[in-house]
Design a protein around this ligand. Sequence first.
Ligand code: ADP
Ligand code: MG
Length: 289
Amino acid sequence: ATPTALLVGTGRGAQLGILVKGPEVLESTRRVTTVVLDKTGTITTGRMSVVDVVPAPGVAVEELLRLAGAVESASEHPVAKAIAARAASQARVEDFRNAEGLGVTGVVDGVPVVVGRPRLLAQHGIELPTELATALAGSEALGRTVVAAAADGVAIGVISVADTVKPTSAEAISRLRALGLRPVLLTGDNQRVAAAIAAQVGITDVIAEVLPEEKVAAVERLRAGGAVVAMVGDGVNDAPALAAADLGLAMGTGADAAIEASDLTIVRGDPRLAADAIALSRRTLGTIK
Ligand code: ADP
Ligand code: MG
């Protein structure tokens, strides 16, 4: 391929809202067979809102929200933003820590608080009582992301957050399939939520409950199986996987770290442009041959 023709391709990309890091990127784009898509912020809007709050027996809803909201107000995660917005907690948090892909911890009015996946609570030796475990499973079956909260080593409730699928996601998946590509949903969220979201957009291959550092391993397993992998993501937690993929596509609406780690940036956060970018590079290179 001549450099001039490649640059024409990248110019057309810019018109469509696809920013290419360098002309050589088109070459790797053409070979892609499998497209791994992050869920939150890529397939879904990532704008979440609290839809259900279930306190543990004997705990007031206000107290659950005050403690959980205080810790979450220090986090940038979409789940955290939803909880902080709903709680509007005035309490201050000290010793805030982010457990990447799991949740957050901090001290509120001298009380140690943990908010996140049940796995994070378990790491702190905290179990969910049956009432909360049941509420959590029921909400997850509806496709919601559910986090648990604990104070002073005891579970105080679960909070359900709902995200919405982007209106263009289903169309993006059919465009990928029309190009003969295999879409795979990759998420740190639980199996039930992942399956519910995948079904809404027409994805059948789901890799769920992966920690951020495991996203790279998931991409590498697909590559080891012979796939040429494009990864589409938006979060700081997606950056290593974007770099590890044969082709990294970042949502322009996403984190700087994701954009820096990628080869292509999709300006408006519209996942259909991931398919369009691949189609465009095929056409561009096709005319050159
Ligand atoms: P995704 O891969 O869908 O973008 P993440 O890896 O960022 O998800 O997070 C995975 C899961 O970890 C979330 O679904 C949530 O259950 C939990 N989690 C992450 N950050 C937080 C937080 N700040 N508060 C509560 N839970 C969190
Ligand atoms: Mg994400």
